[in-house]
Design a protein around this ligand. Structure first.
Ligand code: ZN
Length: 147
């Protein structure tokens, strides 16, 4: 059996994110897939403001340490505590092993800080996977309002 690559799991995350419009607005439609040993163990998508971000939804359904899990997220995890706790901090607190991100979050409150937090905690971060496709879908929804 051929093992799926980063691009295919990111495509699944993108697929997750396309189903949340318009209920997530003004939060951007973000998708997340958690993968252990090439098997999807959880999926998540951003919900209405004040409710779960994509990462939080996926983490909630996956108990225990995630040191052997790769998280595929279409947008850089948030670094700030807005209406919900920071997803970057949540991923770190669950000992996530590897985070694959499609695109940077241009939000001035984040803008690389989410990725920096993960790296500083020793998490492997891979950026730009399926970046063009995700950006084409997601960019129109960024900076629409507070998260
Ligand atoms: Zn978040």
């Amino acid at each position: 059996m051929r093992v799926k690559g980063h691009g295919e799991f990111m495509a699944l995350a993108l697929e997750q994110s396309t189903q949340v419009l318009p209920s997530c607005l003004p939060n951007p439609p973000v998708g997340c897939v958690l993968v252990r040993s090439s098997v999807v163990v959880a999926t998540g998508f951003t919900q209405a403001p004040g409710r779960h971000h994509a990462e939080a939804m996926a983490l909630q359904s996956t108990p225990g340490s995630l040191h052997d899990v790769i998280a595929y997220v279409t947008l850089e995890p948030c670094s700030f505590y807005g209406r919900t706790p920071s997803c970057a901090v949540s991923l770190i607190s669950r000992s996530i092993g590897h985070v694959v991100v499609a695109m940077h979050d241009p939000d001035s409150r984040n803008n690389g800080r989410g990725i920096a937090l993960l790296k500083a905690a020793g998490v492997t971060v891979t950026e730009g996977v399926l970046g063009k496709e995700v950006s084409a879908f997601l960019t129109p929804y960024l900076n629409l309002g507070l998260k």
